[in-house]
Design a binder for this molecule. Structure first.
Ligand code: 13P
Length: 253
């Protein structure tokens, strides 16, 4: 069944104390103020995963995500983190293919396909990120870019495996810029993604897939984005670092 999800990607922000305080505050507000069935995902930096796990492990519908993982089981990969290391500290989700990793670490769709495979093999739920740059949008290539990222990144999966994925559409030009895609712009791409999934796997798999929008989501625009038919929640950067803002985004679901 399709889920409503608010995921906070903290990127390379916060120290241990700040991370602890943020999660405690959000979980408190979530309990006191929110009575819906949306799920919440926190994606802190690696050093805090274990610590945050202890705060959320008994909280219903609140999950823990890593921001990345390595595609190998284990080995001589200094500075990298494996799927089994993540699950061993209670991680259940992992962001794969964020545009910042595509851009700064040159992560290709083929590499991301192998990261999705290892995540699924270890029971992690991948949050697979796709999205076009401003140049690609202005050249009229948005839908072609999205099709390629889906085809090469995750359409090698069978229907059962694909059904475990969360997709996040994050137009690169809207990330950290304060410029949000309009609800209609986002909906157009979300509907296209769902159609690609329908063509590949059928109506049931497409209807069940949660497709999140990311890119300058804030309390002031969350409700109108989440009201669109094919937008099932948000992958939130900057606004997820403030407990009041992130809770208000959860409440917009
Ligand atoms: P912002 O919400 O800061 O634009 O970041 C979005 C994002 O990249 C989430 O993964």
């Amino acid at each position: 069944m399709r889920k409503k999800i608010a995921a906070g990607n903290w990127k390379m922000h916060l120290t241990s104390d700040q991370a602890q305080a943020l999660v405690s505050e959000v979980v408190n507000m979530y309990h006191n103020e929110y009575h819906g069935d949306a799920e919440v995902i926190f994606a802190p930096s690696y050093p805090f995963l274990s610590q945050i796990h202890h705060l959320v492990k008994d909280v219903d519908k609140v999950h823990l995500s890593a921001q990345n993982l390595h595609e190998a089981e284990q080995g001589a990969y200094t500075g990298e983190v494996s799927a089994s290391q993540l699950t061993s500290v209670g991680v259940t989700h992992v962001i794969i293919g964020h545009s910042e990793r595509r851009q700064y670490q040159q992560e290709s769709n083929a590499l991301l396909a192998s990261k999705i495979d290892i995540a699924l093999a270890h029971g992690l739920t991948p949050i697979y990120c796709i999205g076009e740059t401003l140049e690609q949008r202005e050249a009229g290539n948005t839908l072609d870019v999205i099709r390629t990222q889906m085809t090469d990144g995750c359409f090698h999966l069978d229907a059962e495996a694909f059904g475990k994925l969360i997709i996040a559409y994050e137009p690169v030009w809207a990330i950290g810029t304060g410029v949000t895609a309009s609800p209609d712009q986002a909906q157009e791409v979300h509907a296209f993604i769902r159609q690609l999934i329908r063509d590949k796997y059928g109506a049931q798999v497409a209807d069940d897939c949660s497709i999140l929008y990311g890119g300058s989501v804030k309390p002031s625009n969350a409700a109108e984005l989440f009201a669109m038919a094919d937008i099932d929640g948000g992958l939130v950067g900057g606004a997820a670092l403030k407990s009041r803002d992130f809770t208000d985004i959860i409440k917009a679901l």
